[in-house]
Design a protein. Structure first.
Length: 187
């Protein structure tokens, strides 16, 4: 196993991991938490890194696992809170701060908000490919799946985004073209 310096790795990759976390969760506060927690996992579980992949693909894998866990926890928490909110008229009249409302509105309009609605596999591959610029083999290493699966998820994710944009009457040309290698492996 290669020697791992957590401080040096954090300096080198924190910005990339934070950017991916922001794209995945959609708000800077949760992104801060996810990115920091990713590096806490590295510090606490440094022996789990076996050196079979690059350190940053390993970190992306940690980030994706943490984000998936938070998404499940958030869904459970929201279902419980919805019951409470439905019973309290005050909650419906509470207005968020102007900055938070503007940021939420901007996020909802963004293409990444549509990516966030895709199934986990497609969402994760699109974030790693188009936000983080990882190569297909790096995405496959990060997600622990075959290269063909990555290509298929990218193809189907882009197709789903195109359909969603077209159904909303928006210009689907905002999306990247289907790379030929994705077309060849979709199916």
């Amino acid at each position: 196993m290669p020697q791992v310096n957590v401080e040096q790795i954090a300096e080198q990759y924190f910005a990339r991991i934070h950017r991916a976390a922001l794209v995945l969760c959609g708000n800077p506060w949760d992104a801060d938490d996810l990115a920091q927690e990713t590096f806490l996992v590295l510090a606490r579980q440094i022996d789990d890194f076996q050196g079979r992949s690059s350190i940053y693909t390993w970190l992306y894998g940690v980030l994706l696992n943490l984000e998936r866990r938070e998404r499940r926890r958030y869904g459970t928490r929201n279902r419980k809170l919805k019951i409470v909110w439905e019973n309290e008229a005050e909650a419906a009249s509470a207005a968020p701060p102007a900055a938070a409302a503007a940021e939420a509105s901007e996020w909802k309009q963004s293409l990444w908000s549509r990516v966030a609605q895709l199934p986990d596999g497609q969402r994760q591959t699109l974030v790693l490919r188009f936000s983080e610029g990882l190569a297909y083999h790096e995405i496959a290493d990060t997600l622990g799946c075959p290269l063909g699966t990555v290509k298929s998820r990218i193809f189907h994710g882009l197709a789903a985004l195109r359909r969603a944009l077209e159904e909303e009457g928006e210009d689907a040309r905002r999306l990247p073209d289907f790379p030929q290698e994705d077309v060849n492996h979709a199916g």
